[in-house]
Design a protein. Structure first.
Length: 94
């Protein structure tokens, strides 16, 4: 299925909006952090390429790839480890 550049842009923006919202809700990131995570991810590079077809997928499906990409970050980034621990403790206290 062929889409116009405007349609592609709109579909991509909807997915990005959902990814950012989900990072904020599920991982406790601030809006600025969530924007940074999405726009600096390898996934975003792929999402920007219409040939990948990612813009046709559900935001949940695309988020699963982003979550997978973020996994190694937790083990190599002390700040991310600290944030993960804080989130775990926070969930235990609720």
């Amino acid at each position: 299925m062929k889409v116009s550049q405007a349609e592609f842009q709109n579909m991509k923006e909807e997915i990005v909006k959902d990814l950012i919202s989900r990072l904020m809700d599920e991982r406790g990131l601030s809006m600025e952090q969530a924007f940074d995570v999405v726009y600096t991810s390898h996934l975003f590079e792929k999402l920007n390429n219409p040939k990948t077809g990612l813009f046709f997928q559900s935001s949940g499906y695309v988020y699963s790839y982003l979550a997978e990409e973020l996994q190694p970050t937790l083990t190599s980034n002390p700040q991310a480890i600290s944030m993960a621990i804080s989130m775990a403790v926070k969930s235990l206290n609720t």
